[in-house]
Structures are given as C-alpha cells and as structure tokens.
Design a protein around this ligand. Structure first.
Ligand SMILES: *Cc1c(COP(=O)(O)O)cnc(C)c1O
Length: 391
C-alpha cells in the first residue's frame, strides 16, 4: 500500500499556458511596441504574413491563413463548404462542442458517429455507414493529440460517395489539439481539404491566449478565407477575424519552440504510461504504429466493466487527497450542450461514445512538468486505483 503523497501545489487538470512564454516571446512583444513609436509608422501586417509563411512552411502546405481563434476558423471552413440548409456534415460524437456548433451555426446538420474505443477518434467504418446523399462534408477532430486515421477516412469517404453517386465531400480537420502530430501520411495539416489549428492559452502553442490558423492546399479556398476574415475585401460578406501583430510576433517564436515542447510531453507521457501499465484497471493512451501522438491531454480510460461511478470517485479522490485535477475530455457533445442535444435528438444511440464518456479522465500533463511531479501524479493515480479497488 502506498503512502498518501503530499503535494506542495494544486495540479490543474488542463493547465493554462500549455506552452508558456519565455524571454524570446517577451522580446518579440517589445519589438512590436518599439516599431510603433513614431507617429508615421504604418501597420502593414508583416508580422501576420511572416507568421503565416513560417507556419505554412513548417506544415509543408502552400497556404496558411491566421485568424483570432480556432472556433472562428472552424466556422469559416464550414462556410466554405457552400452547403444548403439541412445538408449533413459527418463528425465524431466524442468531440469539442465548438466543433459541432460550427456545423449548426452554418445551418447544417451534424451527423454523429461512434469513435474508435481505443483512440477516441472517428472510426472510418462509421463514416461510410452514416454518409447519405446529403453529406457535404466530413469534420475530423484529432482527439487529445493523437491524430485520427485521415487516410483511411478519406478512402472510406471516396468509396461511400461513389456508392451514393455524390461528389466526394471535403474533409475538414480540427487539429486544435494536434499541432506537430503526424499520421503515416505525414504531418498533421497535410491531409484533408482545410485543417484548423488553435493557439488558445491551453493548447500546444499559444499566441497570447487566443488565436488560430487554417491551412489548405487550395489557393481559391485560401483567398476566400482571407476575404471572410476581413469584411469581404470589398467584394463579398465577411467580418473581422484577424489576429493582432502582437499575437503573430509571439506565434513566430512559439512555432520555433513547439516541437521541443511536444517532445517533453511525449517523454513525460511515455514514462507515465510505463508506470501506470503495471496496474490493471485502465487503458493507457495508445501510440499506433506510424502515428505521432503529441499528448495535448493524457487520456486514461477505465477498464470495461469497472463499477458504475468509479471514474468520478477516482477524480474526487485524486483532487481531495492528492490535489491532482483532472478533466473529462470529452463526453459526447450533446451531454454538455443543450443546443447540440436538441439538434441531434433524433440520432443515436451511441453506446461506445456514452461508455467512453463515463470511463475516461485526463490527469494533467505539461511540457514544463518535472519528472518528480510526473511520478507523483502517477503514484497518486496508483494509490487511488488501489484504494478504490480498480484493476
Ligand atoms: C480548443 C479547441 C477548439 C477551439 O479553439 P479556440 O482557439 O479556443 O477557439 C476547437 N476544437 C478543439 C478540438 C479544441 O480543443
């Protein structure tokens, strides 16, 4: 039996400033301030353009369009589907609610799918099953840092489209949690029609707390996204979705750091997995061959058949006894959002998504977490599992 672990601090479940700021970011901000200190200075967007060019080069795509959040990025990507009211977009039930709201906000219908129970990601076979003649898009989220199999999903979509005699619906990828991750086809951002990244303060890198980026190989779509971002550029509808020069300057610095930060996450996660694998009672996060998991979150799923309420008891004990916070990322979106529940009320049941929503939890992981902290959190988990009779 382990001794109770005394921690000095509270470890939040999903820490803010997931990527932290250092001297280089501070210097970048001061540089922007200094550039404005004559009355004749001109704001010419060169910070944003540089950040976009660097981001595009890193992903290996021709176009990157910066915006002020990934939520807005998803809204704009779905807008570019040009679907008619009531048309359908296929998406996984286990998801971030904003992802489904982007579909609903455009007057479209989110058609929910079951996740793969091991990866939590959209299951390609489910996509094929749920596609209809009204399917106009597929919205794939890379859950918690492990990319979905976009290659297999693309193949399933093409086959189903042929069978249904419809145009192949474009794949939009929500990579808010997966910057720097990779599938066997290459880095996240290179698959799909449009990929959306987030620089929110919790994410893998951040542009002063808010921000987002869209990447695409399609020049026409990129030009349209730029018009939508800035009042239609004198031609069409648009609004104001730009990021600031301060955000872009910090983004350029964070972009140089993100791989190193992700490497820290991966190292910590693998050590934790080694420690937690010794105890039964849960499924540790998988790393399927050929996929790079960047561990935006460390997802534990209690074993099938674990007692009702065990996950909630585990979370409570972790918090009260060890001051280790956890988050549930994510239950099916309709469980946490009334509008999504109303819009999808005629769908389901989704037994796999429901079961995962009852059994998953994410203890904290942060690129600056020390090995000692990481071990303490793992020990706290083991203590709780033993005390609660899991495994
Ligand atoms: C955080 C997040 C978003 C939204 O990002 P913002 O930049 O905060 O708007 C969208 N999708 C997923 C999967 C996310 O985790």
């Amino acid at each position: 039996m382990h001794q109770p672990v005394q921690l000095e601090e509270h470890w939040p479940g999903e820490p803010d400033f997931g990527s932290t700021f250092g001297d280089e970011e501070i210097a970048a901000i001061l540089g922007v301030f200094r550039s404005t200190q004559t009355w004749a200075h001109r704001y010419d967007r060169h910070y944003q353009e540089a950040f976009e060019a660097e981001f595009a080069a890193r992903v290996g795509m021709p176009h990157a369009v910066s915006v002020n959040s990934a939520g807005v990025g998803l809204d704009l990507a779905v807008t570019c589907l040009d679907a008619a009211p009531g048309d359908e977009v296929i998406t996984c039930a286990i998801n971030f609610p904003g992802t489904h709201l982007a579909v609903i906000g455009c007057g479209l219908r989110p058609v929910l799918c079951e996740p793969d129970p091991l990866t939590l990601n959209l299951d390609p076979a489910e996509v094929a099953r749920r596609m209809t003649r009204r399917t106009r898009g597929v919205l794939v989220t890379h859950m918690n840092g492990l990319p979905a199999d976009v290659g297999a999903i693309g193949t399933a979509v093409e086959e189903a489209a042929r069978r249904l005699h419809i145009a192949v619906p474009p794949v939009i990828v929500d990579a808010a949690r997966a910057q720097g991750a990779a599938t066997p086809e290459g880095p996240v951002g290179r698959q799909g029609w449009v990929t959306v990244f987030s620089f929110h303060r919790k994410k893998l890198m951040t542009t002063l707390g808010e921000g987002g980026m869209l990447v695409t190989a399609c020049g026409e779509t990129a030009a349209r996204l730029r018009r939508l971002r800035s009042f239609g550029a004198g031609r069409s509808w648009g609004s104001s979705y730009r990021m600031t020069e301060f955000q872009a300057a910090v983004g350029s610095v964070q972009l140089r750091r993100v791989d190193g930060l992700n490497d820290n996450r991966i190292r910590l996660a693998r050590r934790r997995t080694r420690r937690l694998s010794a105890v039964g009672g849960w499924q540790t996060p998988p790393e399927p061959a050929g996929f790079r998991h960047v561990y935006y979150l460390y997802t534990l799923v209690l074993a099938e058949g674990s007692p009702v309420g065990a996950r909630d008891r585990l979370m409570r004990r972790l918090q009260q006894r060890h001051r280790v916070g956890t988050v549930i990322a994510n239950p099916p979106t309709y469980r946490r959002h009334r509008l999504i529940a109303r819009e999808t009320a005629d769908q389901g049941p989704f037994p796999i998504a429901e079961e995962l929503g009852r059994r998953l939890l994410c203890p904290p992981l942060h690129p600056l977490m020390s090995d000692v902290e990481n071990v303490r959190i793992a020990d706290a988990l083991v203590e709780c599992a033993e005390a609660l009779g899991l495994g």
